[in-house]
Design a protein around this ligand. Structure first.
Ligand SMILES: Cc1cc2nc3c(=O)[nH]c(=O)nc-3n(C[C@H](O)[C@H](O)[C@H](O)COP(=O)(O)OP(=O)(O)OC[C@H]3O[C@@H](n4cnc5c(N)ncnc54)[C@H](O)[C@@H]3O)c2cc1C
Length: 440
């Protein structure tokens, strides 16, 4: 069910080149960028973390709190990857929903995973509080359904989480109430998750980075890890200098360059696109959305959106226009107008996209190569919440507590049996199939 809720979009553009991160609203809205120097001299640390997004910085923070010395290497700038581009929606559970997860993994493992996702939410909210990270936190997430036939999936999921996991956060929203919360007629009902929410992901990433620096961690930007020499101590080479560390954490997810230790075959990078409108008058914004919640719909080809504190609509989804269209005339805007036809006159100020690491099970893929190289990937569109818990259990594992880390070893992730040059056509076909299913 929730595959529809959280399988974020796919497009096939040369978007990384075509759309620079400067067209990203979050970059414009995050204030002064944090600036860390490149690595210029050889250093030693207990742990070297590759990638400065939610995951890498989360692991860094958790390790610093346990007394480890750490170094974070970032190939570009802090938050350059999905963490600076994300919809920022905070969800409960997993992309596929818990009924599907239980069918695939059995009740015992599904239960452990549910508990883990609850822990992840707890850690995420505690981090924001403890480190005073101001990131436009909004309360609640609405899963909006356009059709009566979709309501069953949501109601079943609600009932399942209540009866199996004693979850009390879901509330059902009928048509009349939904219409009072959202303008337009596109959706007929919704499942409200009162423990969900949303945040400005780049501000969150910067907040994590500041906390890491305050605790004495070192972050080096423009310092891609180019090579790893495995051993009881690991040597990581960058362009200008090397790091020697006892352990390494690969936290590059869909953006990871260079390293394939066998783990990369287990996800496909897919792209999702987001626009931000020009700001609206406060009254107009309140007419469009009378809720602080973010919204994600139940189409296979799903849309997700939220209102920002400066009254812009941030709207995401799937863009099949190959990036050729101008933001004023692209697929995402057309989708936005299906939901809110009354926004025809609004200009699009920002349009960007990013890569999501998706795997067939739609569950995080966390593991270890040898005794001291850890990797974390494949959140499948749910990394905002799950990265908080995963960074915690990876830090636990590095400290020698394997119990929770080992839960993830039980998930039967498999290699995707396609060479990488066929990933894009495969995902493209899947997206078209999703659209056909939605039309049907
Ligand atoms: C458009 C979009 C919308 C999304 N919406 C949501 C949402 O609403 N809710 C949700 O939960 N999730 C969402 N996601 C997914 C979520 O953002 C990701 O799961 C999460 O950001 C992953 O964080 P990360 O730190 O693991 O990876 P990233 O944020 O991608 O960070 C990886 C970093 O590693 C760096 N790196 C790579 N290789 C190297 C190297 N060799 N050396 C040094 N550094 C390197 C990269 O430059 C990058 O900065 C969305 C993603 C996208 C793209």
């Amino acid at each position: 069910m929730q595959e529809r809720l959280h399988t974020h979009a796919v497009i096939f553009t040369k978007a990384e080149n075509f759309l620079t991160i400067s067209s990203n609203y979050y970059v414009a809205n995050a204030g002064e960028p944090l600036s860390c120097p490149p690595l210029m001299e050889d250093i030693r640390a207990d742990v070297c973390i590759i990638g400065a997004g939610f995951t890498g910085l989360g692991v860094a923070l958790e390790l610093l709190e346990r007394g480890f010395t750490i170094v974070v290497l970032e190939a570009k700038t802090i938050g350059f990857g999905a963490s600076g581009r994300s919809g920022g929606q905070i969800a409960s559970g997993y992309s596929n929903g818990m009924i599907e997860t239980e069918k695939k993994l059995g009740p015992a493992l599904a239960r452990r995973l549910w508990d883990f996702s609850e822990l992840s939410k707890e850690i995420l909210y505690a981090r924001l509080e403890n480190h005073q990270i101001a990131c436009d936190l909004g309360k609640g997430e609405l899963y909006a359904t356009p059709r009566k036939s979709h309501e069953r999936w949501l109601l079943d999921e609600k009932e399942h989480c209540e009866s199996k996991y004693e979850y009390g956060g879901y509330k059902w929203i009928e048509t009349e109430q939904l219409r009072s919360l959202l303008a337009g007629q596109r959706y007929r009902s919704a499942l409200y998750d009162q423990e969900g929410g949303h945040l400005q992901p780049l501000k969150y990433t910067h907040g994590l980075a500041k906390a890491v620096l305050q605790k004495g961690g070192r972050i080096f930007e423009h310092s891609a890890a180019l090579d790893i020499e495995q051993g009881s101590s690991v040597r990581i080479r960058t362009e200008k200098a090397n790091i020697i560390a006892d352990s390494v954490v690969l936290a590059g997810n869909a953006y990871l360059s260079e390293f394939d230790l066998g783990q990369r075959k287990r996800f496909i990078p897919v792209q999702s696109s987001i626009l931000a409108t020009e700001p609206m008058e406060q009254d107009r914004a309140a007419e469009i959305m009378k809720t602080t919640a973010c919204i994600c719909d139940t189409y296979h080809d799903l849309d997700y959106f939220k209102m920002t504190p400066d009254h812009r609509l941030v709207y995401g989804g799937q863009d099949l226009s190959f990036g050729r269209k101008e933001p004023q005339d692209n697929q995402i805007r057309r989708n936005m107008l299906k939901t809110f036809p009354m926004l025809q006159d609004l200009k699009i100020d920002y349009f960007w996209n990013g890569k999501i690491a998706a795997n067939p099970l739609r569950l995080p893929d966390v593991g270890r190569v040898g005794s001291n190289i850890y990797y974390i990937q494949g959140y499948s569109g749910q990394g905002v919440t799950l990265s908080a818990g995963i960074s915690h259990i990876v830090a636990e594992a590095i400290q020698g507590e394997m119990e929770r880390f080992d839960i993830f070893g039980k998930i039967p992730h498999k290699d995707i049996p396609l060479p990488s040059f066929l990933h894009k056509p495969a995902v493209y076909s899947m997206l078209l199939w999703h659209r056909i299913k939605d039309l049907l």
